[in-house]
Design a protein around this ligand. Structure first.
Ligand code: SF4
Ligand code: SF4
Length: 249
């Protein structure tokens, strides 16, 4: 996916949840992205807000949203129903963008012109660029109204950061009993003759196959595993990796 496609998927949601960390405590607020270019995705806040301090201290943000609706209805059995749509998230590094730089970008980009206007009106406002990040789209159709499987996951990166999204795999301990294949309601397990494998694009990491497997042949790969394989075991996740060894995985 290119940056324009990523931006458009966020933009059609509009209001997004932005998460930061302050003194080890998660903090969230609703905001929006207002522009993009080859360097990343752009948003604004005020220098007087806690959000600004959290961004400048940690230099990290995580953003997510859901389309087309965030409301939940229930079916006859009381189970939640979501109309087909998608969620999208992105997590990574931010830098503050000087106003002069924003003005320069605005010379031939309408999106940035609106940002300049807003800052001229509210002088405490500042711009940040999410310039190095990973993300993922969960395109869901849980009732399979429009296609034959529930989920299609698409990962993307900005500025070359690798996506450390967790995934699942079937190991060599597999005895080909087929229990996971029957259990997976996401149709994410592919059978070929007597062998089984998991399609990560369809897998929800729901754990049903893990619970069904009689020989513990299903392994969860997550950021902790990636780091212990490649790093000194610092217990940080990939995106915070100070060694950058995660980028070569
Ligand atoms: S974790 Fe869930 S979705 Fe993924 S393969 Fe196993 S049962 Fe299917
Ligand atoms: S349930 Fe376990 S042993 Fe059976 S096919 Fe699936 S992975 Fe293999």
């Amino acid at each position: 996916m290119n940056i324009a496609e990523i931006y458009n998927m966020f933009d059609q949601i509009g209001c997004l949840t932005f998460a930061t960390i302050e003194n080890g405590i998660p903090q969230t607020r609703i905001a929006h992205l207002f522009a993009y270019d080859a360097e990343g995705l752009y948003f604004r806040t005020m220098i007087t807000k806690p959000f600004y301090k959290q961004l400048t201290d940690s230099k990290k943000v995580s953003i997510c949203g859901m389309f087309p609706s965030t409301s939940i209805s229930h079916d006859d059995q009381g189970m939640p129903y979501f109309p087909p749509g998608y969620t999208i998230r992105v997590t990574g590094d931010v830098i503050e963008v000087p106003f002069d730089t924003l003005r320069k970008k605005a010379e031939n980009n309408e999106l940035f012109q609106l940002g300049v206007k807003d800052i001229e009106k509210y002088p405490a406002m500042v711009t940040f660029c999410l310039h190095k990040a990973w993300g993922e789209i969960f395109d869901f159709d849980f009732e399979m109204e429009k296609r034959s499987h529930k989920l299609l996951r698409t990962s993307f990166s900005i500025g070359g950061l690798q996506n450390p999204a967790p995934t699942v795999r079937i190991t060599e301990k597999c005895i080909s009993c087929g229990k996971c294949f029957k259990r997976c309601s996401f149709k994410a397990i592919i059978k070929h003759e007597d062998t089984y494998r998991i399609d990560p694009k369809r897998c929800d990491v729901c754990g049903d196959c893990y619970m069904a497997c009689p020989v513990k042949a299903i392994e969860y790969l997550n950021t902790d595993l990636i780091n212990t394989q490649k790093s000194d075991g610092c217990d940080d996740c990939c995106m915070f990796c100070s060694t950058k060894r995660n980028e070569s995985l």
